[in-house]
Design a protein around this ligand. Structure first.
Ligand SMILES: Cc1cc2nc3c(=O)[nH]c(=O)nc-3n(C[C@H](O)[C@H](O)[C@H](O)COP(=O)(O)O)c2cc1C
Length: 155
């Protein structure tokens, strides 16, 4: 296990909202490596001391390819989830958390914020959550990650 390294695997297909949040975190923290889910087979999660799973919410769930990748995580991995959604609702992390529990991964924390959504009928009204993620959303994501770093003793 490599000390003081965070890997964030990202699935962000709608407007790149989730990727925007993740890239902002990576710009502030040099220990973060960001990998698109399509390149996730090129990294070894065992090399990292903390793993982030980042996704937009699609039909109430994290992106399927990210859920499938989570099913291959080594047991005991400390994992956090990060997501963007059009409309706030409980339960967006239920499926991914279930996978993580089955893998005996430790769920270190979770962060969600709005992301511009023009899916389906929302397109007709110009979308919802316009302008998100905002600088405030990104600041909150940053505070969340700072807290995680302390909790996981990453420096
Ligand atoms: C096919 C599809 C399904 C979606 N389903 C939901 C949903 O169930 N709940 C929700 O709040 N947002 C939903 N959204 C909106 C996205 O979660 C939101 O825009 C998110 O920020 C997209 O992230 P991305 O740009 O990183 O892909 C959906 C978007 C798409 C394209």
């Amino acid at each position: 296990m490599k000390a003081n390294k965070t890997l964030i695997v990202c699935f962000s297909t709608h407007h790149g909202n989730t990727r925007k949040v993740v890239d902002a975190l990576a710009a502030e923290h040099e220990e973060i490596t960001v990998v698109d889910i399509r390149d996730a087979d090129q990294v070894n999660p065992s090399d990292y001391s903390l793993i982030g799973l980042a996704s937009g919410i699609y039909y109430g769930h994290f992106g399927k390819p990210l859920i499938s990748w989570a099913e291959t995580l080594p047991a005991g991995s400390p994992v956090f989830t990060l997501y963007t959604y059009g409309a706030k609702r409980d339960g967006y992390v239920n499926d991914i958390n279930e996978v993580l529990r089955k893998r005996n991964c430790r769920i270190a924390g979770s962060f969600g914020c709005p992301g511009y959504d023009t899916f389906g009928p929302f397109r007709l009204i110009g979308g919802i959550a316009k302008g998100h993620p905002t600088p405030t959303d990104i600041r909150q994501a940053s505070s969340f990650y700072e807290h995680l770093k302390k909790q996981e003793r990453i420096n």
